[in-house]
Design a binder for this molecule. Structure first.
Ligand SMILES: Nc1ncnc2c1ncn2[C@@H]1O[C@H](COP(=O)(O)OP(=O)(O)OP(=O)(O)O)[C@@H](O)[C@H]1O
Length: 263
């Protein structure tokens, strides 16, 4: 069984920018992949194509055997539900409770607006939402407002919301970029654990090299829209990673210099 297959995807934006060039890979159920690439290498474009917010210029994307390219909005709705997202800035609704935020994960499968939906959500769905919260270790905070949680807790709520959606493919867009190292590792551990437990396919964009090396059993690297590496981290050389992030390393040095000058 294959959850996600990207086949010869190219994307040329209307202004002529070629953001993706003949990109192909497959992610199996239970497989967690780290996507690396310098700014502008095409990572977000790839995610937008997989979530069908952007139409590739060429190629096919199979989610659970269905080629999503060319489907109508109506045909896409049930497929979109199979793709869960985790974002850098969590995308929770601050003035709703933790529990209500998790319930939000089921909205894709019903026709109500959230205000209409929350009070009528079925007991089964509520129970399932609590189970998801329990899985991320936050059932005791179900009633608390989302903005009264730490960043790491908010990201765990976002993971619970994603779990309630029952996705097969998860795209995590810099999921720990806003967190301190300890909270970041907790979130990565949780994400990688649920991938294994539920047999999900996950692609995670990461910019922290140490974390990428630790968690990225398999790394896909993009450079100028091309897949320049798709391999186990143990087979990837330091020189390759340095080269991939050459400009980011330079930016780190610039940042250090600015900090030193400011100090
Ligand atoms: N709507 C658009 N129209 C034209 N060009 C675009 C558009 N969106 C992105 N691009 C260009 O496509 C290329 C890939 O951009 P993309 O945002 O996918 O890269 P990225 O790897 O996600 O970058 P970052 O790490 O900075 O988020 C870049 O050259 C970018 O300027």
């Amino acid at each position: 069984m294959i959850s996600l297959k990207v086949e010869n995807i190219s994307k040329i934006y209307p202004d002529g920018t070629k953001a993706l060039n003949n990109v192909s890979f497959t992610v199996e159920p239970g497989e967690a992949v780290v996507l690396l690439g310098h700014n502008g290498s095409g990572k977000s474009t790839l995610f937008r194509c997989i979530t069908s917010f952007e139409k590739p210029s060429e190629g096919s994307i199979f989610i659970d055997k269905t080629n999503i390219i060319g489907l109508s909005q109506g045909q896409l709705r049930p497929i979109r539900k199979k793709v869960g997202m985790v974002f850098q800035h969590f995308h929770l609704i601050n003035n709703l409770s933790v529990f209500q935020n998790v319930l939000f994960g089921a909205l894709g499968s019903v026709k109500y607006s959230f205000q209409a939906f929350a009070p009528v959500a079925s007991p089964e769905l509520r129970e399932k939402a609590m189970e998801c919260l329990h899985r991320v270790g936050l059932s005791h905070l179900a009633k608390r407002r989302a903005d009264q949680l730490s960043g790491g807790q908010q990201q765990r709520v976002a993971i619970a919301r994603m779990l309630l959606q029952d996705p097969e493919v998860v795209l995590a867009d810099e999921p720990i970029a806003s967190l301190d190292p300890k909270a970041g590792r907790e979130v990565m551990d949780l994400l990688w654990d649920v991938v294994e437990e539920r047999g999900l396919s996950v692609i995670s964009i990461l910019h922290q090299m140490d974390i990428a090396k630790e968690y990225g059993d398999r790394i896909i690297a993009l450079k100028s829209g091309n897949v320049v590496m798709d391999d186990k981290i143990k087979n990837i050389s330091e020189d390759f990673l340095q080269d991939l992030y050459q400009h980011d390393v330079d930016m780190d040095l610039v940042q250090e210099t600015i900090t030193e000058k400011g100090a």
